[in-house]
Unconditional design. Structure first.
Length: 142
């Protein structure tokens, strides 16, 4: 059996209002940029951002393999909290996890706390760290 991290928790600060960070999670064009999918011909994004609403993403990993992530939004509090299942299919690490995104306003902008639980894909921590670096760059130029 593969080694599993119980969960991944990342905290990031952004010098923009929570509304801007929130927008990056619910806008397909923004998500494509910070998920590193701008060159991925297979990219697809469909979602209904409300509690009980479904979503589906088709992405490409660093080896060029297309895979699907889909799930259901469990909690949606605009500009504050997003909780959704992360059901990854078509990769060597097919599994379902829960993603929680909490946004908190700060004096300097927004603190984002991201939780992925559990982590079954050993590439996930580095992938999410890279995503958040791109998100930071995108928010600076927005």
């Amino acid at each position: 059996m593969e080694k599993t991290l119980e969960k991944l928790v990342l905290r990031r600060s952004f010098a923009v209002a929570p509304e801007k960070v929130w927008g990056a999670w619910i806008d397909a064009a923004a998500l494509r940029i910070w998920f590193g999918q701008t060159e991925a011909a297979a990219w697809q994004a469909e979602w209904d951002v409300r509690a009980g609403g479904p979503y589906r993403l088709v992405m490409r990993d660093s080896s060029g393999t297309a895979y699907t992530v889909q799930g259901v939004y469990r909690e949606v509090e605009a500009n504050r909290r997003l909780v959704f299942t992360w059901d990854q299919r078509g990769s060597p690490f097919d599994h379902e996890a829960l993603v929680t995104v909490d946004l908190r306003p700060t004096a300097d902008g927004t603190e984002l706390t991201f939780t992925l639980d559990p982590v079954l894909d050993p590439r996930a921590p580095d992938a999410w760290r890279g995503d958040f670096k791109r998100l930071g760059r995108m928010l600076k130029t927005d």
